[in-house]
Write a protein that binds this ligand. Sequence first.
Ligand code: F0G
Length: 405
Amino acid sequence: MHLRCINTDCAATLDLHDRSLSCAICGELLEVVVGPVNTTPAELKYTWLQRRCSYDPRDVSGVWRFREFLPGGYSEIVTMGEGNNPLIEGRKTAHWAGLRNLRFKHLGWNPTACFKDLGMTVGLTEAVFIGAKVVGCASTGNTSGSLAAYAARAGLRAKVYLPAGQVSMNKLAQAMDFGAEIVHVAGSFDRALERILHEANDDLYFLNSINPFRLEGQKTVMFELLEQLSWQAPDYIIVPGGNLGNSSAFGKALAELHATGFLPKLPRLIVVQAGGANPLARMWRSGATELEPVESPETAATAIRIGNPRSWKKALRAVRDTNGFVMDVTDEEIAEAKAMIGRDGIGCEPASATTLAALRKLTEQRKIDRDAVVVAILTGHALKDTDYILKSQLREPALQGVCCA
Ligand code: F0G
C-alpha cells in the first residue's frame, strides 16, 4: 500500500506513512492505494461475518472488521467499537417521501454520535504510529468532538479550530468534555480551515478529511451497508455533502469493491448540499469544470455550512463513476424532513435531513421511481443540535398539518 496523487496526469506516489497532505509536484490531494487483496470475495465476505462473533477489538470495530481494505502494519489501534450501525426501515418517512423501499443507515449511532468516529479510529491509529503528540482539525463541530475523544483515548493532545459562534453548543460541549484545546476563529469553517493549515507544522498532525487515512475509515460504511444488504447494491445511496469527505470515501469504497469483484452492480450516489452552502450543486448544474467557492455560506444546518469544500474533486469523481448526481435543498425543506425523521422514531441532526428532503423532491419531480431501493445516510444524532430542535419546534411545529397519523 502507498499514497498516490489523485491527479491522473501526475499520479506521483509516496510512502504510505508520509505526512504530506498534498502532492509536492502538483498540489492535488492524496489517496491511499489499497494493496492487492489476495482472497476471493466469497472467502472474505465469510471471514467478515465470522468476525462478528469475536471479541477481539479489531473485530468488534465495524471499521477494522474490514481491515483487508485498510492501511495496516499497526501494532496498536485506537478504537471504541465504532461502526456496527443498523439499517433502519423508513416508515412514515418513506410514505412522506413517496418511496416504497427506504432505509436509513444511521451513523449518528457511533461513540461520539456522528460518522466522524469511523474516520478518526484510522486517523488516530496512524497518528500514534507515526509518533504524533498533538492532533488538530478545523470543524463545524462534529469532527472536533470525535477528534477530541479519540485523541483522549490515545493519550494525545487535541487542538480544534472552530468558527466562532457557529457551532452547536452540544458539539462544543463534547469537545470540551474530551479535553480539547479550542481556538475560536472569526468567520466561517473555511476561515478556520485556512487558519489551521497556515499554522500547521510538524508538531501537529492534521486530521481533517483532507487526511487520506480518515477517508479509509469512512469507506467502511459502504462495506457494512452492502453486507447488510447481502451484497446487493441498492439503486441509490444518498448522502449530505459539506467538506465532501464522506461522499469521496463512499465513492472510493464502491470503486474498490467493484474492481475486486465484490459488487456486480454499482449504486448511484446522490450528494445533497444545503441551498446556502452549495458550491458543488451549483457546479453540477452549471456544468463548470472548476468549483467556485461560496464566499459566505449560510444554512441552519451548521454542520454543512461550508463554502469551499476541499475534497470536491474526489467527490465529483465518486458521483460520476456511479452515474449519480448532486443537488441542494432549502433550509425549510431540511426542517420539515428533519421533523419527519423524528416522527419515525429515528431522529438526526439537521444536516442529515437533507437526504430525506431531497428524496421527497426527487419523487415529486419523478426523477426517482417510487419503487427504487434507496438508502439514506444519516450522519449525526438528534442530540447533536438540541437548540435547533427547540427553536424550530417552539416557533412553528414543522409538521403541523402534515400527514402523521
Ligand atoms: N453531516 C454532518 C452531521 C456533519 O458533521 C458533516 C461534516 C457532514 C454531514 C458533511 O460531511 O464534510 O464529509 O461532506 N462535518 C464536518 C465537521 C465538516 O467539522 O464536523 P462531509
